[in-house]
Design a protein. Sequence first.
Length: 134
Amino acid sequence: YVDGMPATVVFENVTATEHQLLLSNENGDCTAQPAVRLDATPTVQHLVPRFSPSGARVAWVDSASSSQIITAAIDGSARHVVRTAAKLKTAPPQWIDETHVSWVEDTATTATPHLQIASALEAWTLLQAPTTLA
């Protein structure tokens, strides 16, 4: 919940043929006001969506053989693949501020989890050296 904005929820709708990551507000009824589709990858699961601090963007993990962290505006526009990696954890991406997300990732063959921090608005570049989690 963001003060001053309608209550909004992001949820995965699973049909016989695809997974859909949808967003609806308190006035949504799936008919007169259909939910907004955020994803562009119907064959993968969309896990642990999280709103940015202002509620303007959503970050989530697409789970496939190579997982992805993705962000999008709440109207489904401005979708960005922040990171693609084989060993993303299913722990949710966390917003640090309106433009940065963090997540836990196995970055070595030792399967040691590391904290990654990146811009939520562009492709991943290392902003901070990985921090090993104890």
